[in-house]
Design a protein around this ligand. Sequence first.
Ligand code: SAH
Ligand code: TMP
Ligand code: ZN
Length: 408
Amino acid sequence: MSATPSCRICGGTLREFFDFGRQPVADAFVTPGEVSNEFFYRLAVAMCATCTMVQLVEGVPRERMFRTDYPYHASGSTDMRSHFQGMAQYFLDNELKEPGSFIVEFGSNDGIMLETVLRAGVRHLGVEPSRNVAEAAAAKDIRVRNAFFEESTAKEVLAADGPAKVIYAANTFSHVDYVDSIFRGVDALLAPDGIFVFEDPYFADIVERTSFDQIYDEHYYFFTVRSVQAMAAQYGFELVDVEHLPVHGGEIRYTVARPAARTPSPEVDRYLELERAAGIAEQPALDRFAANVERLRDELRALLEKCRAEGKSVVGYGATAKSATLTNFCGIGPDLVSYICDNTPAKQGRLSPGSHIPVCSPEEFAASYPDYALLFAWNHADEIMRKESRFQEQGGKWILYVPKVHII
Ligand code: SAH
Ligand code: TMP
Ligand code: ZN
């Protein structure tokens, strides 16, 4: 028997609260020839009894996830483009005004945030291990280093470019289990009065909305204000601000700084209190979440089976990484959802990981509308429903499953 795993951050005891069973790598869209060779691992989540950090029990090696053909291109969403333009503008107006100021973003992907910084003529560097998206950013003249951000990379950047006033990461810091190395890197690279800002899905929102499809290989940690405050302190930093964001179904943007370098915002204490009141670090909340996940799976399956029995056509919209957990956990294959349309060329013509639903372009969707479209990209609902208004005008209906199964 293997030893009970302990907390990757503080070494405390892990309490497992949900097991999704064997799951594939969520962004590993396969060709028909690759189906027999898929990699699976056990997807289970646990909370640390000491620091309360929620984390995967078993991780996937990083090179399996972030590779030369990583298919997620952040700039595919216009709403996310404006979100990151706003972030960049905030940094430019508040943190990067001194001549020569330097900002480093890790997980810069196709340059969705840094393009605004580049246009302002401010010194920057993206650190991005997935070569195809790093090249897409470089093609826009963004400075990118094709590497994983960790202690050694941060020290090389410091030697070449000097200290950074801002280090930023969106939907990336929670993707890596080696936060110790990242914090040592931040400690080496960050200017004395600099800030390290990161935004990631908020565990309290996942629990409240039963958005369990946020749980997949790339999301290793599920942060709360309480667990991030403890983690920052453990590595010699202070959590000085939090901001709740509406994107991706609810995220928090955390700002950490060196101790006493910045005055903490009252928002930190306000969120700690909200989390305490909601009991999200307590067993009953985790038990409720587990029961809600199973209920949601049963309701969604029942609805799809009813559609099939009535001869209605159902397709998926948005071949998200999240949909890997949803389809594989709920047992949704091409018999219930005949295809998934997605605007990412790298996903089209392939099959969804594990569930093997064919992925095609949104043009095929528009060419012959189905009766129902299951919105896997529910976090982009406004943008997609705006774009696809003709679908509803022609009588089509959207199926959503967050926060509960419903039809629009
Ligand atoms: N920041 C973008 C992209 C998020 S996807 C957005 O919010 O939309 C996560 C990205 O992090 C991927 O491009 C992946 O290749 C990258 N990544 C994963 N581990 C990393 C690491 N250790 N350092 C830098 N980037 C990393
Ligand atoms: P995400 O939820 O991880 O951001 O992934 C969203 C997926 O949905 C991604 O593969 C791109 C796709 N998508 C579309 O097909 N059309 C759209 O309008 C948007 C916003 C996303
Ligand atoms: Zn812990």
